[in-house]
Design a protein around this ligand. Structure first.
Ligand SMILES: [Zn+2]
Length: 434
């Protein structure tokens, strides 16, 4: 399905689906002293559409024509939006189309993962302008040294892209949780040896001279999907990240769900087997104890023996576990019975956790980000789709869409960059409070 077709489904005009999520755009308010919020509502609506008129903005947001005109004039003066072309006529005369000026500002996103660091420069429209990908040779190295090594990469990325440094408004950093977001600390991420309460936010702010925002990698990826995905990511969705660990990021009714400490969305620690095998978090039977690359490979050996592993070509060495998992998924896809059995069981557990999330949060969409499980992505999507659309409480009212990530391997880094843009330019309580 193309983006356009998906939008039609979302608007309730195609394929008999019930529209998922609320109407296209959030309502503004005509009360006084909320100008910042209304401005963000209008900018967000313009950003998410390919050309929209003032009259359409007024219809979509519930703001008066006069308020919309005033806000648009200020956005034009500030260089954040531009008038270009005409919107299609609907009986009346064509109207001037408004679009965001993608080069109005930029932000840098950095995704730190146990094996890799990815840095991107993203424009106001959510497009990647430049990208750097660096393997991390020593995951156990001293955090201070690692941070010192990251700073020149950020500076060089901006310089090489030829972007005016004054237009770069900040650096977003996505790391595995748990985090202490109010103090900017990375607490004790899995597979990051020697990382205990590392003050990553302040160290990077000092090194780069940019304002720095820190967030959980799956939450950042969900924000990136929302920011880059336009109408295809309206409403409520769960972003599931299946990597070295299992993470979840939640956008609920167009708002990011963070919880009281910024650690909401720990999808990997939903119980899928009561009194099951121990998880690194201290509980038993968590999804993550069964469905990480290491857990899937271990389950193959446990259920089908080393012979099956040898037949599929697995090394069974911890340092090449990611490649082993890719091979396992390929073998399952190609019909190896042992591999298919393990992947079927894994997919079933992921689907079970997804059903819990859908029922708890009334989600209209599940977005799947896969790393080592890439070759099994279609199978996983089918398993989740079958489960949530046959068993969720609200199944007769609407269909839950299950879709691949729009951002793929860059989801974490683009999401990190979006943290900065989203924080400054998306409608939310921060503007109302301000
Ligand atoms: Zn756990």
């Amino acid at each position: 399905m193309t983006r356009g077709e998906r939008d039609k489904v979302d608007a309730g005009t195609g394929s008999g689906h019930v529209p998922s999520g609320p109407a296209l755009t959030r309502n503004g308010t005509n009360l006084g002293r909320v100008g910042g919020y209304n401005r963000a509502v209008i900018l967000d609506a313009i950003r998410r559409q390919d050309g929209v008129s003032r009259v359409e903005l007024a219809e979509q947001t519930g703001l008066t024509n006069q308020t919309v005109s005033n806000i648009v004039r200020r956005l034009l003066d500030d260089g954040l939006v531009t008038e270009s072309g005409r919107t299609p006529s609907r009986g009346g005369k064509p109207r001037t189309a408004l679009r965001v000026r993608s080069d109005a500002c930029y932000s840098v996103g950095l995704h730190l993962d146990p094996t890799m660091s990815v840095t991107v420069l993203v424009d106001l429209a959510g497009r990647i302008v430049a990208r750097r990908r660096r393997p991390r040779r020593a995951p156990g190295s001293d955090p201070a040294r690692l941070v010192r090594g990251l700073v020149p990469g950020v500076t060089a990325l901006v310089a090489d892209a030829g972007v005016d440094r004054s237009r770069v408004i900040g650096l977003g950093v996505a790391v595995p949780g748990p985090l202490d977001t109010s103090h900017g600390l990375v607490v004790e991420p899995p597979n990051f040896l020697n990382w205990h309460q590392v003050a990553l936010r302040d160290a990077l702010a000092e090194g780069t001279g940019l304002p720095v925002v820190l967030d959980n990698d799956a939450t950042a990826a969900a924000i990136g999907e929302r920011w880059a995905g336009g109408a295809a990511r309206e409403g409520s969705f769960l972003f599931i990240y299946l990597g070295a660990g299992i993470g979840g990021g939640i956008v609920h009714a167009d708002q990011v769900l963070r919880g009281d400490t910024g650690n909401a969305g720990e999808f990997g620690h939903i119980t899928v087997v009561p009194d099951g095998i121990p998880c690194r978090c201290g509980a038993r039977g968590c999804l993550e104890a069964y469905c990480t690359p290491a857990a899937l490979v271990a389950e193959l050996v446990h259920r089908h023996g080393r012979r099956a592993a040898t037949r599929i070509g697995l090394t069974l060495r911890p340092e090449t576990i990611r490649n082993d998992c890719v091979r396992l998924c390929r073998a399952a896809r190609d019909g190896d019975p042992a591999a298919a059995d393990v992947l079927d069981r894994g997919a079933d557990r992921i689907a079970q956790a997804a059903l819990t999330a859908v029922n708890l949060l009334d989600l209209g969409r599940i977005v799947l980000g896969v790393d080592a499980l890439g070759p099994a992505a279609d199978m996983l999507r089918d398993a989740i789709d079958r489960r949530v659309n046959s068993q969720a409480i609200a199944r007769r009212i609407r269909t839950v869409a299950v879709e691949p990530s729009l951002l793929g391997a860059d989801a974490g880094a683009v999401g990190a960059a979006s943290l900065v843009l989203h924080g400054r330019y998306s409608p939310g309580w921060s503007q109302l409070r301000a």
